[in-house]
Design a protein around this ligand. Structure first.
Ligand code: EPZ
Length: 432
């Protein structure tokens, strides 16, 4: 039997949870670390599948990786050779492999990386990455499933991004940090993880200003040195637990967060009637009654994050009235709707819009995680549902959530990872 989560719903989740480092900041930070010949000591790294796959691929091209513990690593790019080819069966499945193009191109003026995979949430083109590398002077070709980028010289330039892209902004920023002269990226993404990567590059010796605004200015440097760095907290993991409090009518204090990064999520939860208290590095979410409906449109930061869309949908599908969610970043991010319908939700999808008619309760069902965030959302729905829910394809969830079931159990959730029919039946007997 494939691993799955089995859940007995109905308990309000109550207590404290500590949030780990941001996966989507850690991936480019780790990739960028190969650009130095010094040593980078990085902590608050999430111990999740995508991170481990990336570290393995980096080792495969000669980077020195010393895992100090689950959440701490020392990386050096010393001794790496320019001809490393990034390809193995695992790296093909993750999106962040593309960050090694920017890092290798910046350092060696040459990169060969397998085309990126990742969650099937839409077409996910990389034209903006390529446009940026070409503007810096690289020749980029796609051949036999590989991206090959090469440049005699990388020369700073002015780049206007046609779409706001987190990945392209970071990738171009990495390559440009080692180009000759000045680069300006306009219409840049402003997500907290873009700022985190800029801070990390600056810590290694880069000269980047303006990250967090839509114009980033980069003065290229010839080499990088040592750096000690701590990854920012994961705003999406935090948001997931915030909605878990709202959906289960619980009371959760989410610790080790930057409340400013959570503002879009906090504002929506307050709007629908949850109570949110902000502290210096924590937020507490309390929900005591049935919540109200609202309208949400996903947008680049500081708008409402697409990575929180499914978690908010499962919250609204239990609210009293009709809500509308418009997904404007990825066209295929409503694949969880069929699964949630099996649990009793009433959602109609038309193009990139979901019309949600709130129901009073979910009932347990067998569902499948279609991608990372939707998988986490279905687990939370299961914790709010009447009866037993089984969630399979949970490999997706492990790509981005560390100790997910353990953290939920500490909050009073009845959830177990099972691998055999016997374990499944034992859990069902235990919870009655
Ligand atoms: C990152 O994906 C995240 N992934 C995603 O996290 C997240 O959903 C997304 O940013 C948006 O916040 C990683 O960081 C590894 P984009 P990315 O480039 O970089 C279009 C999760 O669950 N576009 O900002 O791939 C694109 O199609 C996930 O953790 C182009 O048209 O996203 C999309 O509509 C899944 N051309 C929009 O831009 C390009 O060259 C934003 O994509 C690049 C993107």
């Amino acid at each position: 039997m494939e691993q799955k989560y089995v859940i007995k719903g109905g308990n309000p989740l109550v207590g404290e949870v500590v949030i780990g480092g941001a996966k989507n900041a850690a991936l480019p930070v780790l990739a960028a670390a190969i650009m130095t010949d010094g040593c980078c000591h990085i902590d608050n790294m999430p111990n999740v599948r995508d991170i481990n796959v990336l570290l393995q691929a980096m080792e495969g091209i000669g980077a020195g990786i010393n895992r100090v513990n689950e959440n701490e690593v020392v990386i050096t790019g010393k001794g790496m050779e320019a001809d490393g080819i990034v390809d193995n069966e695992y790296i093909r499945k993750i999106r962040a492999s593309y960050y090694l193009i920017g890092a290798l191109l910046g350092k060696f003026r040459k990169a060969q990386v397998v085309l990126p995979g990742g969650c099937a949430i839409g077409a996910r083109p990389i034209d903006q990455h390529i446009k940026g590398f070409e503007a810096l002077g690289a020749n980029v070709v796609i051949e036999n499933g590989m991206i090959k980028a090469e440049a005699e010289r990388l020369i700073g330039t002015h780049i206007y991004m046609d779409v706001v892209s987190v990945g392209a902004t970071i990738n171009i920023m990495m390559a440009a940090s080692r180009a000759e002269g000045n680069t300006v990226i306009e219409n840049a993404a402003k997500e907290p993880h873009v700022v985190d990567v800029a801070n990390f590059l600056n810590c290694m010796g880069a000269d980047i200003r303006g990250a967090g605004t839509d114009v980033i200015r980069i003065n290229g440097k010839e080499s990088f040195g040592n750096c000690e760095y701590s990854i920012i907290p994961d705003q999406i993991e935090a948001g997931t637990f915030m909605t878990a409090a709202a959906v289960t009518k619980g009371d959760i204090t989410v610790k080790n967060v930057i409340p400013k990064h959570l503002e879009a999520i906090t504002a929506k939860l307050v709007e629908i009637g949850a109570e949110v208290q902000e502290f210096d590095d924590a937020v507490r979410v309390v929900a005591t009654k049935r919540l109200k409906p609202t309208q949400i449109k996903t947008l680049p930061y500081p708008g409402f994050p697409t990575d929180m869309q499914p978690q908010m949908a499962i919250t609204l599908a239990l609210s009293e009235g009709i809500s509308v969610i418009t997904e404007s970043i990825f066209e295929n991010r409503f694949r969880y709707v069929d699964e949630l319908t099996r649990m009793g939700a009433k959602i109609q999808v038309e193009g990139n819009t979901a019309l949600i008619t709130g129901v009073e309760k979910y009932t347990g069902a067998e569902v499948s995680a279609p991608d990372l965030r939707a998988g986490a959302a279905l687990v939370i729905a299961g914790l709010a549902a009447e009866g037993i829910t089984q969630v399979d394809s949970i490999g997706y969830i492990h790509r981005g959530y560390e100790k997910f079931s353990e953290k939920l159990r500490e909050l009073g959730g009845q959830i177990q990872l099972v691998e055999t029919e016997k374990e499944l039946q034992k859990f069902i007997l235990q919870v009655g």
